[in-house]
Design a protein around this ligand. Structure first.
Ligand code: KG4
Ligand code: ZN
Length: 365
């Protein structure tokens, strides 16, 4: 395909409704003309987690508005679009259906191609949108809904080296914050407390480090935290500011150690067939954590691997990544038709064994 393409991307798989417009001249970088995200945090806050029915309804109400805003912000009209890319899974099924139905309607009425995108491929291809990274690269997706290592060999070819078997790290941060009465989302508030605490005062486990491979587990950390918290309360009648900071520091140090060691192992596997430009990219909200980022940079430096992280707005759920993944599929000559279905579960690497965990996105891919 030699021409310039203008594509609309739609994302609605969890608790963010998003639309974006990208334009890419053939053989050149893609330009993000607009990227609109409507989060649903306030709607779910009273329930302490994402409520699928509330999410689905909000997506159905917001998706048109998001698209309208993206068109207005980019100065693009529906007639200028060459294709529509939409998240077709994995995710909360009601939300995914809202996006897919909207994309089908637009595709049919405008007579332009429809491209179904795997949400995880959207995250995993983002370093190519932001930094024009060459295949193969190693990707660590680490957020409130995902945690997995993927080698990206091509736009639709990924090998999964391992992932969490229970909670995603972001969920563990969020639950830790809840247990300690800190504000949500838990990641930033636990990080801020951890910076004032002593990581050595409480001993937290390093789950699955004693087992080979890259699988991870984070649910035991919140149980450990709960026990330590209750022990302090039983002894002293409550938590001091310092107790809370020390608990956060101990918890965060455990997450950092696990991610660093599992990343080192994933890099060893990735480097076994030496890539010409070895690179680790991280994406997902937890990639914002400065302690995690610093340790991953050290691990990469030790192994001579470049480290990169897309800007945070493109690390967390957004539609620019869906539009970009759609562009890659479309330029490779692929598209879908009206038989495109919304899929709650859709592993990127069909050959890897299923991960058992279920995070705020439901079944892990
Ligand atoms: O990618 P993301 O925006 O959303 C989904 O997972 O869908 O990630 C959100 C997660 C939340 O669990 C939040 O607590 C976590 O990322 N997070 C952090 C930090 N900032 C956000 N976790 C640890 N440290 C941070 N600084
Ligand atoms: Zn995501």
């Amino acid at each position: 395909m030699t021409e310039t393409l203008t594509i609309l991307g739609i994302e609605s798989s969890c608790d963010d409704t998003a639309a974006a417009i990208l334009r890419q001249p053939a053989g050149a970088e893609a330009d993000i003309l607009a990227s609109v995200v409507h989060g649903q945090t306030d709607l779910h806050a009273p329930y302490g987690g994402v409520v699928p029915e509330i999410a689905a309804r909000a997506h159905a109400e917001k998706v048109d508005i998001c698209i309208q805003q993206a068109l207005e912000a980019s100065g693009v009209t529906l007639k200028d679009l060459d294709a529509i890319a939409v998240t077709a899974g994995p995710g909360l099924i009601g939300g995914v259906i809202s996006g897919v139905m909207c994309a089908k309607g637009l595709s049919a009425s405008l007579g332009i191609p429809l491209i179904g995108v795997n949400h995880l491929a959207g995250h995993a291809l983002t370093p190519r949108l932001t930094d024009q990274v060459a295949f193969p690269y190693l990707m660590l997706l680490v957020s409130g809904g995902h945690c997995q290592f993927l080698i990206a060999h091509g736009p639709e070819k990924f090998s999964r080296l391992g992932g969490t078997i229970d909670d995603a790290p972001g969920e563990a941060f969020d639950k830790t914050a809840r247990l300690l009465g800190l504000p949500q989302p838990g990641g930033p508030s636990v990080q801020a407390e951890a910076e004032k605490g002593d990581a050595k005062r409480f001993r937290f486990p390093r789950p699955l480090l004693d087992r080979p491979g890259c699988d991870m587990s984070f649910s035991g950390l919140k149980t450990a935290l709960l026990r330590q918290r209750d022990a302090i309360i039983a002894e002293k009648g409550g938590l001091t500011v310092q107790d809370r900071a020390d608990l956060c520091a101990g918890f965060q140090a455990a997450v950092v150690d696990v991610l660093a060691e599992k990343t080192r192992r994933a890099l060893e596997t990735y480097l076994a067939e030496p890539p010409s430009e070895p690179l680790l990219a991280v994406a997902g909200g937890v990639a914002a954590n400065t302690a995690i980022r610093a340790r991953l940079e050290t691990v990469c430096a030790d192994l001579g691997v470049t480290f990169t992280a897309p800007p945070l707005a493109l690390c967390t759920d957004n539609a620019a990544m869906i539009a970009y993944a759609g562009l890659e599929r479309f330029r490779a000559g692929e598209q879908d038709d009206m038989s495109l279905v919304a899929r709650p579960r859709w592993p990127l690497d069909q050959s890897a064994p299923a991960l058992l965990g279920s995070g705020k996105k439901g079944a892990k891919a």
